[in-house]
Write a protein that binds this ligand. Sequence first.
Ligand code: ZN
Ligand code: MN
Length: 129
Amino acid sequence: MTRQKKVILDILRSTKSHPTADWIYTEARKVIPDISLGTVYRNLNVLREAGEILELNYGSSYSHYDGNPENHYHHVCLECDRIADVPMPVQAELEQKARACGCGEIYYHRLEFYGLCPACQQKKDKQTR
Ligand code: ZN
Ligand code: MN
């Protein structure tokens, strides 16, 4: 593994914030000042293809990255785009139910919950009061 790839993986594994490539780039430059954004993107693709990280794209213009490659659920805030882990077990029976519908073989599923994060919900509560 190249040093660049290792630095990028370490950055991703040390945060729970599901950052964008830009944020990872800013952090990587603190360790490798002459790293380029292109190199960051290239290494993110290599890490994703190797199953070391997840790329999350929920319709916003930028992908977010997750240092935890195991399947798990996310909560997406529609106001501030915060992505948070939802600490509940992956529902394997969903795949059995979908398979029973005759749609074909299923290898995995992804699930996101959309709404407001606690901070945005609190802001909204104050406005409506
Ligand atoms: Zn929010
Ligand atoms: Mn996650």
